[in-house]
Design a protein around this ligand. Structure first.
Ligand code: GLC
Length: 488
């Protein structure tokens, strides 16, 4: 047997402590899955002073007033707290009120780079305080991007980390630093190799953390195989396609999973009735509860479409908005739940006011959390016509609940949803290729037609529910990647 590893997971969000998106689920579930494989895992994340309740999460203070030397002139003090994700899986929180306790939201200040630079130095300092000589530090997204860079530069000779290898995981290449890369003047763009500006220097806010991570990490990975290919092209590469191509031999794709204990229709207490793939017809009882909950006419055989993502351009709302005047004519109900772009929400609300018996929109992140699984249990179709999608998690959860996905064949959606074929009796959903509303419309009509034939539909629902999307397989793939990095 290969030796068990010492692994550090670093992320700016970790559920249930902090969450704005799928990143928080991945950092939590992957850490747990690695722990279950027997490895020694620790997680490190910021302590957002206004949104993480220390008492509620039973955090204990473990180091206080630790001085971080940021460079020859600047220092700052931090504290470290500890909580647990599960037995034997500690989460360390970096507390630095000046940078992490001013706002209730997690991101969006005008000094995002400064905040996360402090966080990155604090992570490395903590590892030496704990004498945790990690084999692997896995850094998630730009907020952790200076860690691989520091390990090749300033922290090169750190006693504790002398043998440590880094993995940089790209969850969304659009985000490369605390600000919009495309908004930076060409003469101020970071080419990735200069010395870092001081904390007090506004030039720090132009430093591209993701680029530096891509240049320095021992391995880089994306959250699906298809997205790995896409980001090496000009169309999806966000200006980093060239440097990603140069590191293609160190760039891999590993599709995310979902937590099969959290998301299990056979045990989920939010449902009217539990079920599994062998009795999915029970979904109709959940449909009734869903219609009642959202004030739609209760009609047992009415097809229901849902979306549960953030209401944004990325998630394909441009197409949905164009198509909705057509969709609303269908004999079907639509439930849209999730916060986001005011422009799209306004348009949808207008339409919902005119067609209250057909369309409900609940623009709330909290409602999304609360009703998420009831929506999948009661609805028949899950819509996610994303413009781009590094992995996508909700289609995986929807499938587990027998809510058949209709998605654009792109990124992680391409990897996880197989287009239905009536002839071959294969497939777990409906996909379309091009970024236009006509193709989306086609996929929706195709799905509705097959829905009418229960002899075709039931096996399709069953296949979607049985597709294996837990974390065991991806976690093992990560471990293989870690061994590979250690060999190099
Ligand atoms: C980002 C991506 C999403 C992915 C998630 C977790 O939110 O946009 O596609 O599923 O990260 O990796």
């Amino acid at each position: 047997m290969k030796k068990l590893l010492k692994i550090v997971q670093v992320a700016s969000e970790v559920a249930p402590f902090s969450k704005t998106g799928g990143l928080a689920d991945v950092s939590r579930s992957l850490s747990k899955a690695l722990r279950r494989l027997g490895h020694k895992v620790i997680v490190i994340t910021p302590l957002y002073g206004r949104s993480i309740d220390k008492e509620e999460h039973h955090l204990e203070l473990i180091f206080s007033d630790i001085v971080l030397r940021l460079n020859s002139q600047e220092k700052i003090k931090v504290n470290y707290w500890r909580g647990y994700l599960m037995d034997g899986l500690p989460v360390y929180f970096v507390e630095c009120p000046k940078y992490f306790s001013k706002h209730t939201r997690l991101y969006g200040s005008d000094q995002e780079n400064a905040r996360f630079l402090v966080f990155n130095v604090a992570v490395l300092k903590l590892l030496s305080l704990l004498k945790f000589s990690a084999d692997i530090i896995q850094c998630h997204d730009w907020q952790t991007g200076l860690i691989p860079y520091y390990l090749k530069t300033e922290f090169r000779y750190s006693q504790t980390l002398i043998k440590t290898k880094t993995i940089f995981t790209i969850h969304n290449l659009i985000f490369q630093l605390g600000h919009n890369w495309w908004g930076i003047l060409p003469e101020h763009k970071d080419y990735g190799r200069s010395r870092l500006p001081h904390l007090a220097d506004p030039a720090l806010e132009n430093i591209n953390f993701a680029k530096r991570a891509i240049l320095s990490a021992d391995f880089i990975n994306t959250v699906s195989e298809q997205y790995r290919e896409e980001i090496m092209t000009k169309r999806f590469g966000q200006d980093l396609n060239r440097i990603l191509q140069n590191r293609a031999d160190r760039l891999v794709g590993i599709v995310n999973g979902i937590d099969y204990n959290t998301y299990n229709p056979a045990q989920d207490t939010a449902l009217a009735k539990n079920y599994s793939f062998s009795n999915s017809e029970v979904k109709s009882e959940n449909k009734i509860k869903l219609q009642q909950t959202f004030g739609l006419p209760v009609i047992k055989d009415m097809p229901i479409f849902c979306t549960t993502s953030r209401v944004t351009f990325q998630k394909g709302f441009e197409l949905l908005i164009k198509l909705f005047p057509e969709l609303i004519k269908l004999e079907a109900q639509f439930i849209i739940i999730g916060a986001g772009d005011k422009k799209y929400i306004g348009e949808l609300q207008k339409l919902a006011r005119k067609n209250p018996e057909k369309l409900v929109i609940v623009p709330s992140h909290e409602a999304n959390q609360l009703y998420e699984t009831l929506v999948y249990a009661g609805a028949d179709f899950f819509l996610l016509p994303s413009n781009y999608e590094p992995c996508g998690i909700n289609q995986l959860i929807a499938m587990r609940y027998g809510c058949v996905p209709i998605v654009r064949a792109i990124g992680g959606l391409y990897d996880t949803v197989e287009d239905f074929s009536a002839v071959a009796r294969r497939g777990t959903g409906f996909t379309f290729e091009n970024d236009n509303e006509f193709d989306l419309h086609g996929a929706i009509i195709r799905a509705l037609e097959h829905y009418k034939n229960k002899r075709v539909w039931r096996p399709l629902v069953k296949r979607a529910m049985r597709q294996s999307n837990g974390w065991e397989i991806p976690a093992k793939k990560y471990v293989e990647l870690y061994y590979k990095a250690l060999k190099n």
